[in-house]
Design a protein around this ligand. Sequence first.
Ligand code: SF4
Length: 408
Amino acid sequence: MMPSEPDWNDWRWHMRQRVTTLDALTRYIQPTADECEGIRRTEGVFQWSITPYYASLMDAGDAACPIRRQVVPLASELAPDIVGVEDPLEEVAHSPVKNLIHNYRDRVAFCVTSQCAIYCRYCLRKRMVGEASFMMRRSELQQAIDYIAAHDEVRDVLLTGGDPLTLGDRHLDWLLGSLKAIDHVDIVRIGTRMPVKLPQRITPELCRVLERNGPMWLNTHFNHAKELTPRAREGILALLQAGVPVGNQTVLLAGINSSLDALRELLEGLVQARIRPYYLYQAQVIGGTAHFRTPIEVGMDLMARLQGRITGFAMPVYVLDTPFGKIPLNRTYVLGRCGEFVIMRSTRGQLWAEPNPRPSSAVAAGLVDEARLEEMEWPDGVETIEVGGVGVAAGAGSAVSPGAEVGA
Ligand code: SF4
């Protein structure tokens, strides 16, 4: 039965009606055998839910649909992986109080909730999203606010999660008001996927809360042009009218947005919707996400081919997040490939070895053709690279130090 218009426009209705069973999913698509198996086998391992709004964007007859692939589990999530890292950015080690990550001197990331409206299959925080142990009680939120108040070097607070906009307006107003009351906090940023997966959340009341507690910046997370619906654009416009600038970060996802055409259409669509593309993230090494990872050479090649061919400010910065901060994936910081690792230097000077599929795997997966592969940065299968005249050692997702041999 079709929902009534008031229900469809009510974000809380969508939260209550989320798809969490195979049976409910069949109202939107005909699941493949692989999807059915994925749903069955990932139960109790990874969270799964889809809002009716986002589910309505799925192509019922196409298993390769970029919307569908982001939210419907596949059995490959449980395939053996090179690593099963749960916390690749060592966020727990950088957390002085629960769910507050203080990695950069003047900035903190504050995970205010573990809840999301949908659970993206590639999520960086698969270790925590939806988990009760990562939920924040009011007293725990207060502890984090007290930490920020006691550290006058912190001038920029990123609210993240889970998804901060799953919190109700009153709760959010209290949280934002508490941060606004701290003199040395200059700006608050919100990282949210609500404009993508549930734009009904961008209500006039929410906009008033954000406007009242500004200056506020919001970064959202469109991965494919298909997500830029009229409803989503409407939500973005309401945010802009409330004085909230909107940026976007995209994750480079194999087979979803890893082609030149898909990426160009997304970036051009974003600026047309008045959203500033900000980062293009290399997919993180997280257990259960190997099938989304793209060879870094493919990402660099895409960026090189986009440069000069789209509006300058439509170009995001292609980065990898590491415990040493974000590393721009360009020839200044990326030094080369040693077998299964890409070696790079952080902006703080440390060396980092990122486990990453070889470019030839992208040919096998149909992401690029042989001719394109020939034009990419490094020959496949180099075993050692030189940094300052010495070899560099690589470990799985690790810092490396000059002087040791590189294992391929
Ligand atoms: S909305 Fe963000 S935090 Fe939530 S599952 Fe998706 S990527 Fe992860």
